[in-house]
Design a protein around this ligand. Structure first.
Ligand SMILES: [Zn+2]
Length: 392
């Protein structure tokens, strides 16, 4: 089996790498992924996928087979912006193949893996590895600003019911067993406006917020004293205030908090923390809703409470990944947990679907200047995705 997969991938090696390069050349910022999605859909159709659909919010989902065991591979195809084009050694959207690397924004995060998964679908079909399986290759939108929402909508809007989800984010060909969760909170502090020359007639919302800010800072520092690894974090990341002019006492102040969540933390436990932070004041808090529009014009609302997730070593999906990796590379895979957030917050965190991570590319390259992905990773990832269904 391994040899058949390797031979099939080798026969398509040039095309897989060419697709990865082409995807990097198509700029696809969050909410502006149309061109890259249409390009992938065309490739899937040309490769003979059984079914290809661009859904309501603009994800593309290619399906192979119709068996009872359903496996979904997810790659987001949006990427962060380039703020420093002059700092790049090669133009950021070059997609250049040089020194065994694919260069450009989105190479590691995560167009290399997207291309690998698209061709894995074709290999699975060609070799008949879809017997008893349904394979969904999902290239999803809007991950960078709306973690999980693209994949969540792909699963819900298209009534997909995957038994397993593989998040193809860069893991340097290691197996990722999960990651911490992430929440964003808004604390609203009311004040009473008055003229700046008569501050005693108003209540300065910023001064009131000060007390809460001090509590946030102290708690954030306490968390940093906990042993590294699975410790939570809390940070004040933005402050806004409203006043009719800069000559007026602010009528309100809003604080934004970034909260990283451990496995043990729930919405209820965090609610208690927020209540304590605002205790004794008339400030209120809420989970922040990130609101946006997809390239298809659909409105997106992400409620920013994204639970942590992890998969056990004894889970069938983990064991299947280990076996596929060993069959391919002749050694045990390295296992770890991602430090960043992925669409796994939707599949595992929100929907409870067994989820694991494996991808081409280097996570430290994500969002960085001179981003690249080793070309050899693309090939190995393609082989891995092709072989995995045989072990599930
Ligand atoms: Zn990513």
């Amino acid at each position: 089996m391994k040899t058949r997969v390797k031979d099939a991938v080798q026969a398509w090696e040039e095309q897989v790498v060419a697709l990865a390069s082409e995807l990097v050349q198509i700029e696809s910022l969050t909410g502006r992924e149309e061109n890259v999605i249409r390009r992938i859909a065309a490739e899937m159709r040309q490769l003979g996928y059984d079914h290809v659909v661009i859904d309501k919010i603009g994800n593309v989902i290619g399906t192979i087979g119709n068996g009872p065991t359903k496996i979904l591979f997810d790659s987001h195809v949006d990427h962060v912006d380039v703020n420093d084009p002059d700092e790049w050694e090669l133009p950021p959207y070059s997609g250049a193949l040089q020194d065994g690397k694919l260069h450009g924004r989105g190479a590691s995060d995560m167009k290399a893996s997207a291309a690998a998964s698209v061709y894995a679908g074709a290999v699975i079909k060609q070799l008949g590895l879809d017997a008893g399986k349904t394979i969904y290759v999902c290239c999803s939108v809007m991950e960078e600003d709306y973690d999980g929402e693209g994949l969540y909508r792909a699963i819900i809007d298209n009534s997909l019911d995957p038994d397993y989800v593989v998040i193809c984010e860069p893991s340097y060909l290691r197996i990722s067993l999960g990651h911490m969760g992430r929440a964003v909170y808004k604390i609203n502090v009311p004040g009473v406006s008055s003229h700046g020359s008569a501050p005693e007639k108003g209540i300065n919302a910023i001064y009131k917020a000060n007390k809460i800010i001090a509590r946030v800072e102290k708690l954030g520092e306490e968390y940093m004293q906990l042993p590294a690894g699975e410790r939570p974090s809390l940070a004040l990341t933005k402050i806004e205030s409203t006043a009719v002019s800069i000559n007026a006492i602010p009528a309100s102040c809003t604080l934004y908090l970034d909260r990283r969540l451990t496995q043990a933390e729930t919405e209820t436990s965090i609610a208690q923390e927020l209540d304590t932070l605002v205790a004794g004041t008339d400030a209120t808090w809420e989970v922040y809703d990130a609101i946006g529009t997809s390239w298809t014009g659909e409105s997106i609302t992400l409620r920013s409470f994204l639970p942590a997730w992890e998969i056990g070593l004894e889970h069938q999906l983990t064991k299947g990944c280990i076996k596929a990796y060993q069959a391919l590379l002749g050694e045990k895979p390295e296992m770890y947990k991602w430090t960043f957030s992925t669409n796994g917050v939707a599949s595992a965190g929100r929907l409870g679907i067994p989820t694991i991570g494996f991808g081409a590319g280097i996570e430290a390259m994500a969002h960085k200047t001179n981003e690249y992905c080793p070309v050899s990773d693309i090939i190995i990832a393609c082989e891995f995705y092709s072989l995995l269904p045989a072990y599930l």
